[in-house]
Write a protein that binds this ligand. Structure first.
Ligand code: ADP
Ligand code: ASP
Ligand code: MG
Length: 401
């Protein structure tokens, strides 16, 4: 008997018909004699709708109460899926995150899994139950409900697969695999048979939302092979694993991230310690900084610009405002209408001219670059959000065709 973990995203369980479709996929696996754990997300746009409801009442709601609210979405989908499986005549039990043993830290809304105590899961599997688990949630040391950050159900599935040493971990979604760019936005995006953890992690971190980046990080750490596949079409998807047979391509994929804001602190003193003070304050406020650009000092002052995720823009601005007395900058400017477009590929390490080719593709489209950041296996540019789709298509065409 094999043990299979299957995860279904929001669109795969969006309505009764889709829930019944998932019940069929799950019971087909169970009928083969395999143990099945199913992780599900909230239905359709439920999580977005819940966030909107919260904003209506209190835009500054505490993160603890946000988690209490958001975890409700997954509670609905696990019970509905279990009901659909019951109706088909199979033994099934639904479990919330805490019942399935998910222990997390206390960073509400972006909690990290500390461990999965899998006794209950194992006991249910031993009884030959199909186990349906609420993704995206856990419990902290105060017995409070926590959530894992947007897209966190992928990580729940990988955590269960790792802790149960499952034979397979399948991530079902609304596309049939991982493509060289978002197939909904980029004409000619190509489906990959396989991709390495390393490249998938970069793509996911840089905005390819098909897999949550923490789920890839965890899959790599515990060597859980993932398959990304469609819940609507019965065909092989994309395998994510340590090494792949495919020839090394110069560029593996292009990703775009519109959830970005740029903040510029203008007129800082041009002397030692300025950057330290600024980023120390941001670090203490738990703000993740992405690209940083410092201007050359002139007349004793300089400017520092950086990007943060759009969700943290307000908090970042507040943290910088608190530093006015000590940093004595002249003003802060911010822009929430920016996007980051990136290319990823381990092949670029050994090929000169990759950056020039990317910038040429943008120049041909008359797209202005505001910031640039590079590593061995990626190049990112910050541009106007309204240019993002055009830029992604142009860069994809230049490298992948
Ligand atoms: P789920 O609700 O199943 O978790 P998501 O919406 O989180 O699904 O992720 C699937 C979506 O990711 C696809 O509909 C697609 O538009 C988008 N996507 C972005 N980049 C890629 C890519 N490189 N390959 C495939 N899909 C991608
Ligand atoms: N429902 C959560 C979200 O929309 C978690 C997930 O879908 O993975 O982000
Ligand atoms: Mg997702």
């Amino acid at each position: 008997m094999a043990l299979i973990v299957k995860k279904f995203g929001g669109s795969s369980v969006a309505n009764a018909e889709r829930v019944e479709n998932v019940a069929r996929i799950v019971t087909d696996e169970y009928k083969k004699g395999n143990g099945v754990v199913v992780v599900v997300s909230a239905q359709g746009d439920t999580t977005d709708d819940l966030i909107a409801k919260a904003k209506e009442i209190n835009p500054n709601a505490s993160k603890r109460e946000m988690d209490m609210l958001l975890s409700a979405g997954e509670q609905i989908s696990i019970s509905l899926l279990a009901m659909a499986i019951e109706k088909m005549g199979y033994p099934v039990v639904s479990l919330l995150g805490w019942q399935a043993g998910f222990h997390t830290d206390s960073n509400y809304t972006v909690a990290r899994i500390k461990k999965v105590e899998s006794e209950r899961l194992k006991a249910e599997l031993a009884r030959r139950n199909i186990v349906v688990v609420a993704g995206f949630q856990g419990i902290n040391k105060y017995d409070d409900v926590t959530t894992l950050g947007r897209g966190g159900s992928d990580t729940s599935a990988v955590a269960i697969a790792a802790s149960l040493k499952a034979d397979r971990c399948q991530i079902y979604t609304d596309v049939d695999g991982v493509y060289t760019a978002d197939p909904r936005k980029v004409k000619g995006a190509i489906k990959m048979e396989e991709i390495t953890y390393e490249e998938m992690l970069e793509l996911a971190t840089l905005g390819a939302q098909v897999l949550n980046n923490r789920s890839v990080e965890m899959a790599k750490k515990y060597n859980v092979e993932l398959e990304v596949l469609s819940s609507l079409e019965n065909k092989p998807g994309t395998i994510v694993k340590e090494t792949v047979k495919m020839e090394k391509m110069l560029i593996r994929g292009v990703a775009a991230d519109k959830n970005v804001s740029r903040i510029s602190v203008v007129g800082l003193k041009d002397h030692p310690g300025t950057a330290f003070k600024l980023f120390n304050a941001l670090g203490n406020a738990k703000i993740n900084i992405d690209i940083i650009l410092q201007s050359v000092g002139r007349d004793g002052t300089k400017d520092i610009s950086f990007t943060v995720s759009a969700d943290q823009c307000k908090e970042a601005l507040a943290a910088v405002e608190k530093m006015q007395d000590s940093l004595k900058y002249s003003k802060i400017v911010h822009d929430e209408t920016v996007a980051k477009v990136s290319i990823v590929g381990t092949g670029m390490e050994t090929h000169p001219g990759v950056a020039a080719k990317m910038f040429e593709a943008l120049y041909d489209q008359n797209i202005n670059i505001q910031m640039i950041s590079t590593s061995e296996i990626k190049i990112s540019v910050l541009i106007d959000a309204e240019d993002a789709d055009r830029a992604t298509n142009a860069v994809h065409a230049a490298f992948i065709g």
